[in-house]
Ligand binder design. Structure first.
Ligand code: ADP
Length: 258
């Protein structure tokens, strides 16, 4: 199996509190992997270790290894800012830069990395907005504020902004939970399209969503309150939802968890 991300024995802490314990998994290129499991079992925390965002929290630290292709993301020579550019992130609440236009939002990452050529920026903006299925809705108002778009459009704007810098991986932390059902379906369609070019990892509370969009599903769980979250199993989505190996997974997907 080809690997884009390879995690070995990861422990994740907030100060003295171990939030996630002993996670090993691999994520294949050009696929969608869903993280499911009860609230508080560390899905978002673990997701943020994949692009070194976890350590932005005071006291946040990680033990173990995360490889992106052949690169150890936690090696001392690695610049976390560069990692975050290679592995982009889309958050639960759409967070366009409120004072910036639609256009400026999309090209903000490219400008930060030094791109100045107007034509190149305009081309990249169009390509990213087309890629995020937003171009036809905004092409006549690119100079208007991003904050003036609907929630679903703002989320697609954030996806356009994330893909403008050509990341290798896109992490999505419950990207639809603040959206209406129609916008949710638009984002799900987009995720299915984007996997032709990107490796996508999505945290979702919505099991139908996991089964609709993902190729593989990882089920996380807590042994008990106050104990760290663990990966119970990861397999094809089809297998997880039809015939999982572990009883805990079966209980969760059939709604018998407490
Ligand atoms: P999930 O995404 O599965 O709902 P989280 O990753 O948000 O779970 O949380 C995992 C555990 O880490 C929980 O016990 C949560 O309270 C704790 N936690 C999350 N964020 C912080 C933080 N900034 N500081 C301290 N503890 C946190």
């Amino acid at each position: 199996m080809a690997k884009r991300i390879d995690v070995k024995d990861l422990n994740v802490y907030y100060g003295d509190f171990k939030a996630v314990e002993g996670v090993s998994l691999t994520i294949e290129p050009r696929s969608v992997t869903a993280f499911i499991g009860p609230s508080g079992c560390g899905k978002s925390t673990f997701l943020r270790t994949l692009n070194r965002m976890h350590e932005v929290v005071p006291g946040g630290r990680v033990e173990g290894q995360v490889m992106l292709d052949d690169k150890d993301l936690y090696a001392s020579s690695v610049d976390p800012v560069a990692v975050r550019r290679t592995i982009g992130m889309v958050f639960q609440r759409p967070n366009p830069f409120p004072t910036m236009s639609i256009y400026d939002n999309v090209v903000s990452g490219l400008r930060l990395s030094g791109m100045k050529d107007k034509k190149a920026l305009a081309e990249a903006a169009e390509k990213s907005l087309v890629g995020a299925n937003l171009w036809t809705e905004v092409k006549d108002r690119l100079k208007k504020p991003g904050a003036g778009l609907s929630g679903g459009q703002q989320q697609r704007l954030c996806i356009a902004r994330a893909i403008a810098v050509k990341p290798q991986v896109l992490l999505m932390d419950e990207p639809c939970s603040a959206l209406d059902p129609i916008s949710t379906l638009a984002i799900e369609d987009l995720v299915s399209e984007l996997k032709a070019d990107y490796t996508i990892v999505i945290v979702t509370h919505n099991m139908q969503q996991a089964s609709r969009v993902s190729d593989r599903t990882a089920f996380f769980n807590l042994a008990a309150t106050g104990k760290p979250g663990r990966l119970v199993e990861i397999d094809t989505t089809q297998k997880i939802f039809s015939n999982p190996k572990e009883q805990a997974t079966e209980d969760y997907i059939s709604g018998r968890f407490g």
